[in-house]
Each structure stands twice: as C-alpha cells, then as structure tokens.
Write a protein that binds this ligand. Structure first.
Ligand code: ATP
Length: 310
C-alpha cells in the first residue's frame, strides 16, 4: 500500500498482519485494538515492470495557503492521499482540519497553492508562474468526483428520502430517473433504511438522516468521500449506527476517504493512515496502531491524552 502522504513525508507503513496489543498502553489504552481495516484496492504505483508511469494520488495539496483575514490557517500545506486510502485528520480545535475539507468541498477558496484530484487541477492551475482559476465548467467536472457528508446532514427537508437521493444523480450526472431510483433503493437497503424511501426527512432521527446523507453521497458514485465530523451532531445512542454504515462502506468499496472525526475508535478501525494536525501543520503521521498506541510526538501524546480523558 502506498503511503497516504507524499514521498517527501515518509511515514510508518500500516501493518499487514494481525494487530497485537500494544506493549506500552500509553495515552490510548481505552481504544480497543482491532485488526486493520480490510483494503479493497491495490495501491496504484509503478507498472509491473517498475518502469511505467506512476499513477497520481487521489488528492494532492501543494503549498496550499488559506487565510481568514490576518489569521493564516494553512501556510503552504503539502500532503497527498493515495487512491483507496482512508486517511483521518486529528488534532485540536482550530488546527485547520475542517478548513482542508472545506477547500476540497470548494466551500472555501485557497489563497495560494494547488489542489489536484487524480492529478487534475481542482480549482486552479499554473499558467507559467501564474495561478489561474479554472472555469466553472472545468471545476464542476472534477468536483463531481468528490462526495461529502457533513456534520449537519444538509438534506432537503421538503423532499422525501428517495427524492433527496435521486436529485443530484439525475440533475448533475444526468442519469435516468429510473436508474437513479433503482440505485437509491439499493443504497437505502445498504444503510438500513429500505422502508423509509417515502418518508420526509423531518420524520427521521438524526442518525437516520445522516444515513440518508451517506446514501445520497454514494449515489453520486464518488471516487473520494470526505467525512466532516459526521457524528458530532448526533445523540450518543445514534452514533454507532452511522459509524457502522461507514465501516461497511470502507470495507466493501475502494473509495478514497478523508475523514475528520473526534471518534478515535472509528479512526482506528477505518483508517490506514492518521495525520495529527496542529496550527495547520502535520506534526505526526502514522498508521492507526502506532498513532493511538505509541505516538512519537509530545504534542500528539498530550492531545490524545486529553481527548481520551474527556
Ligand atoms: N469562515 C471563517 N471565518 C473566519 N475564520 C475561520 C473561518 N473558518 C475557520 N476559521 C478559523 O480557521 C481556524 C481553523 O478552523 P477549522 O475549523 O479548520 O479547525 P478544526 O481543526 O477543524 O477545528 P474543530 O476541530 O473545532 O472543528 C480557526 O482559527 C477558525 O477560527
């Protein structure tokens, strides 16, 4: 499996064998040690002969700068996520994790640097030494490859569950209504809501609404799925169902996932890489076993201790 991060930031590779109980329980002892999440894909690397072109990462940030007024949140951030990888961003509040997802959702615009998806420019490209914004048409073509699930579901309250799911495939991807409905019903079964197709979203619990939002994102057949604190708005008893659905998606598809979560057990179960952020910088990166059982950096140790104590 290729590293989730650029070659200039080599990290510890995930263990392929069964996970073992950590010798040093460290700050993360409450997290159960489970085998690494099964991987459905072969990392795209060099051709079998070793001489062919190397496939580009699913996501690449090159020197990305993001400021809010005088507050520079990201100051030349570089990292990449290989195809099929599941990468979780952890770190204290305000460290810039959501800003990264919002840039990838095109809800925010970077001030400098480039974002590439599958090697293609995402919002800007370089023309000589000038950074030029892509046309709306070119943006929307690349943008379709990226799906997202938000903390606040963002469903259309006046539509039924089924209508919420088929809307974008029909109007954005242009697939037939019949096909979209068929796929939506499959996805509703998958997220355990096969009997809710005709319900209004407002009649559902928060956990059910979030599962509809997951089905809606999957209906767009994304190559990349961004998950932004998807359980933060849920009552504790509803969290497990939503995480269970996402675990299944991780186990049964090869979708690249970039996850921001405060659910450390979920991060441990689903990710194959974890990046610890502080002040918009990656302070540590590792496979989940290492990150949660034996983090190297003092900043990570402090953060995990505080999170797990809370
Ligand atoms: N729209 C905005 N306007 C002004 N400042 C913003 C805006 N969005 C984010 N920020 C600032 O950017 C910084 C990073 O915020 P961000 O939400 O990315 O952090 P985070 O690591 O995701 O935090 P949390 O875990 O609390 O969600 C913070 O200082 C925040 O106040």
């Amino acid at each position: 499996m290729a590293s989730a991060v650029s070659p200039s930031r080599p990290g510890v590779r995930p263990s392929d064998g069964p996970s073992v109980a950590p010798r040093d329980a460290g700050p993360t002892a409450p997290l159960a040690s489970r085998p690494p999440a099964p991987r459905a894909v072969v990392a795209p690397c060099a051709s079998p002969s070793g001489s062919g072109p190397v496939a580009p990462p699913a996501i690449e940030l090159r020197g990305v700068v993001k400021r809010f007024g005088a507050n520079t949140v990201l100051d030349g951030l570089d990292f990449s996520v290989a195809k099929g990888d599941r990468v979780t961003l952890i770190g204290p509040s305000g460290s810039g994790k959501t800003t990264i997802l919002r840039l990838l959702m095109t809800l925010e615009e970077s001030d400098a640097g480039l974002i590439l998806v599958d090697g293609d420019p995402y919002t800007h490209e370089m023309k000589g030494r000038r950074r030029v914004a892509l046309s709306e048409r070119r943006r929307s073509l690349v943008r379709k490859r990226v799906g997202m699930v938000f903390q606040q579901f963002n469903l259309f309250p006046n539509m039924t569950v089924l209508e919420n799911i088929v809307e974008a495939p029909v109007h954005v991807l242009g697939i037939s209504k019949e096909q979209a409905v068929h796929r939506a019903k499959e996805l509703l079964d998958q997220v355990g809501l096969g009997d809710k197709a005709d319900a209004r979203c407002t009649q559902l619990s928060g956990g059910q609404q979030q599962r509809v939002a997951i089905a809606r994102a999957l209906a767009m057949d994304p190559e990349i799925l961004l998950l932004d604190e998807v359980t933060s708005a849920l009552d504790p008893e509803l969290v497990a169902d939503v995480l269970g659905v996402l675990r299944e998606v991780a186990e049964t598809t090869d979708i690249t996932m970039l996850i921001v979560t405060h659910e450390m057990q979920f991060a441990r179960d689903v990710s194959n890489r974890v990046l610890m952020f502080d002040h918009g910088r990656i302070v540590e990166e590792a496979d989940p076993e290492t990150m949660f059982s034996a983090p190297r950096e003092e900043r990570t140790q402090e953060f995990l201790k505080a999170v797990l104590a809370g």
